[in-house]
Structures are given as structure tokens and as C-alpha cells.
Design a protein around this ligand. Structure first.
Ligand SMILES: C[S@@+](CC[C@H](N)C(=O)[O-])C[C@H]1O[C@@H](n2cnc3c(N)ncnc32)[C@H](O)[C@@H]1O
Length: 369
């Protein structure tokens, strides 16, 4: 109530004018203006980053600081355009401006160079931003989005036949590669937070190209590592596991968690970045399959970005929620919402496990009753 009253006052233009001139409130008014400016300029910042990635600027600065002329020649841009880009990138800590008008890698540019998966995500965002051009039309469901084509399973209802064809195979390949690039960090975070030792068999459902099961098999060779995904993705997982020399150490099942039962016998079953792709009815169906597959006392582990409740988490409630809106299905849920879904489906003792990078994934575990 107090908060509501404060916000009404803040929305009043005469109050804003007074607050901006009164020394004690000026600082608060400035902080709010800066925060609002930051939100509205976010798109520009991300496009500057996209330009850097497309021009491969960070690789070009990796050998050491360079003068503008030399960078301009390499980027095939005019001197003025290069200077503009370098100054913008400096402001965003992507690049460092050094003495003698030379530019080198900034701390964020260096971090991006060390994590090529971030570059792939930056490039992928071109699709998302095209879909967000008219956010109100998107909210009304009036837009045929690019992202819904990118995720071929996004428009399928439970029980629909799997889409097929060369272009669908290409779509499976594109998203599976993108996911695989970021799955290594998540896999390590999960296995640090929930050590697999003492378990017998772990089934990763919606396991993508098998990065998680590979890390699991290396971390805990005594645990039988299994995964399941749609046939096209399972085939890609087998090929990727073969290349990594891991195929003999994991079992890859193919299946559809809406129309097929999940393999039984695992005492841990994980859903990593799977549930948020689905609306509540479908999420309940997936959890019910997990329940059928696990023995009483078995563990279900869910890892994905989760909201803080009451729309309070930037990454989950703002970013991922609009990403999923553009994808055409699913939503992020708070820990409390997922807990409700789990308890209603025969799981108990739901508890959060601290994750190193909750921005990538929060972790919940529950016991099958
Ligand atoms: C967002 S990706 C996450 C992949 C992986 N767990 C990760 O974190 O990188 C969702 C995964 O669920 C799989 N999937 C979607 N619908 C499925 C279905 N009906 N049956 C089985 N797997 C499905 C997708 O193919 C994809 O690999």
C-alpha cells in the first residue's frame, strides 16, 4: 500500500519537478532517470555488441592494442565509423581505450572471446529482436515470430506427430548446437551443486546433444548416464558423443515425452531447461511421465532460470519470459510455482539447491512419493 502511494507520487509531474530541484530528492530523481535511460538504451547497447561480434572485433584486438587506422583497415570500415564503434564499445567495457589513441580488449570483450557460446547467443538474438519490434502485437499474439520457426517443437501440441523434412532437420541442428554450446557451464554448475555420487542411474530427459551426460559420465563414472530426446536430436547426440569418445559410456534413448513412457530404472531424473519451454498443461504431463519413470524415493532435478515470484527477477521474469513469448510457448516460473506443480504430481520434499550461476539455471530437487 505504502509502495503504491509512493509510486503514485512519483508518477506526478509536479512532484518530479519539485524532487529534481530539492537537494535531498535530486539524487533519487537522478538515480531513477539513469535507471530508465538504461532500460530504454538496452537495445542500442546490444546492437553495438552485435556489430562487434559480426565484425569479429575482439579476435582482431586479441593480439594487443592497435591504432584506429589499422583496425579500420581490418574491419573494412571508414576511420570515422571505426572510431565511433570503438568509443561505443569502450563505454560498454568491451574495449579499452589506451594511450596514443590505441584500442585493446576490454574486460567484457576478453570474457566474450573466452566464451564463444556468448557470441553465438548474441548472433541468435537478431531473431528475437526482430520478433520484439512490436511488443504489444507480440503480447496480443498477432505476430508470426521468427523464433517459433527456430524451435521446431515449439508449435507442437502434446501428441502431435513429429514434424519432418530437410528444413526441420536443419532447425533441430541449429537449436541443438546453440544449446550444446551453453550446456557445459550449466552441467558443471548442476553437478557441483548436486553431487551425483551415491546414485545408481541418472536419466537426463530432453538431453539435447548429450553434453550433460558426458560431463556426468566423466565426473561420476560409477553412475550409469542415460539421456532421452526426440529422434532427430537423439541422432545428433549419438554423433556428438561418438566424436567426444563418450558414446560407449552413456545410453541414448529416443522418444517423445508426450507420447512415449520414459525409460524406468533411474534413481535421478533431470529436466534441464525443459519445463519452461512448455505451458502448464504440458509441464504437468512431463512431470507425470517423470513420476511414472522413477521408483518411490527417486529424485527429480529441475534446472532452469526461475523467477523470484511477483515478477522480481530481471533475467527470468523479464528476459526469458519474453524470449519464450516470442518462441510461442512456455513461460518461466517461480520456485513456488514449480513447487506447486511438483507437489500436485506426487513429489515431496521440494528444495532449492544453491547454484553457482542462478542466471543460467536455478536448481530444484524433489523426491518421488
Ligand atoms: C531448450 S532445450 C534444452 C536442451 C538441454 N537440456 C540443455 O539444457 O541444453 C529442450 C530440449 O527438449 C527436447 N524436447 C522438446 N520436446 C520434446 C519431446 N516432446 N520429447 C523429448 N524431448 C523433447 C528438445 O529437443 C531439446 O533438446
Amino acid at each position: 500500500m505504502l509502495r503504491h502511494g509512493r509510486n503514485l507520487l512519483l508518477a506526478n509531474p509536479s512532484f518530479q519537478k519539485w524532487a529534481a530541484s530539492f537537494p535531498l530528492t535530486r539524487l533519487v530523481a537522478e538515480r531513477q532517470s539513469n535507471a530508465l535511460f538504461d532500460i530504454c538504451s538496452g537495445f542500442v547497447y546490444s546492437q553495438i555488441l552485435l556489430a562487434c561480434v559480426r565484425l569479429d572485433l575482439f579476435t582482431k584486438l586479441a593480439g594487443g592494442p592497435r591504432p584506429i587506422v589499422s583496425v579500420a583497415e581490418d574491419l573494412d570500415l571508414s576511420f570515422d565509423a571505426t572510431q565511433r564503434l570503438l568509443r561505443a564499445a569502450t563505454a560498454l567495457k568491451l574495449v579499452d581505450h589506451l594511450e596514443g589513441e590505441r584500442y585493446g580488449l576490454g574486460e567484457l570483450g576478453a570474457a566474450l572471446l573466452a566464451n564463444p557460446s556468448i557470441g553465438a547467443v548474441v548472433e541468435h538474438h537478431a531473431l528475437l529482436y526482430a520478433d520484439l519490434t512490436d511488443p504489444v502485437a507480440l503480447l496480443r499474439g498477432d505476430v508470426k515470430t521468427e523464433l517459433s520457426g527456430y524451435w521446431p517443437y515449439a508449435n507442437r501440441k502434446p501428441g502431435d506427430p513429429a514434424p519432418a523434412g530437410a528444413d526441420v532437420d536443419e532447425a533441430y541442428a541449429a537449436y541443438s548446437e546453440l544449446m550444446a554450446q551453453s550446456q557445459l557451464d550449466i552441467a558443471e554448475d548442476i553437478l557441483d551443486a548436486f553431487p551425483p555420487t551415491g546414485h545408481r542411474r541418472w536419466l537426463d530427459v530432453g538431453g539435447g546433444e548429450g553434453v550433460f551426460v558426458s560431463v556426468l559420465a566423466i565426473t561420476a563414472p560409477e553412475v550409469e548416464a542415460q539421456m532421452l530426446d526426440l529422434p532427430q536430436v537423439a541422432a545428433r547426440a549419438r554423433a556428438a558423443l561418438q566424436t567426444r569418445g563418450m558414446l560407449s559410456r552413456v545410453t541414448v534413448h529416443e522418444g517423445d515425452f508426450f507420447s512415449d513412457s520414459l525409460p524406468k530404472g533411474a534413481d535421478v531424473l533431470s529436466l534441464i531447461r525443459v519445463l519452461h519451454d512448455h505451458d502448464d498443461e504440458a509441464a504437468r504431463a512431463i512431470i507425470a511421465r517423470a513420476h511414472d519413470a522413477l521408483e518411490p524415493g527417486g529424485t527429480l532435478l529441475i534446472a532452469e532460470p526461475m523467477g523470484g515470484g511477483r515478477g522480481s527477477d530481471r533475467v527470468s521474469d523479464a528476459y526469458f519470459n519474453f524470449y519464450l513469448l516470442a518462441m510461442g510457448r512456455g513461460r518461466t516460473r517461480s520456485v513456488a510455482e514449480i513447487t506447486c506443480l511438483l507437489e500436485a504430481s506426487g513429489f515431496s520434499d521440494v528444495r532449492a539447491v544453491a547454484s553457482r550461476r542462478p542466471m543460467l539455471a536455478n536448481i530444484l530437487v524433489a523426491q518421488r512419493v
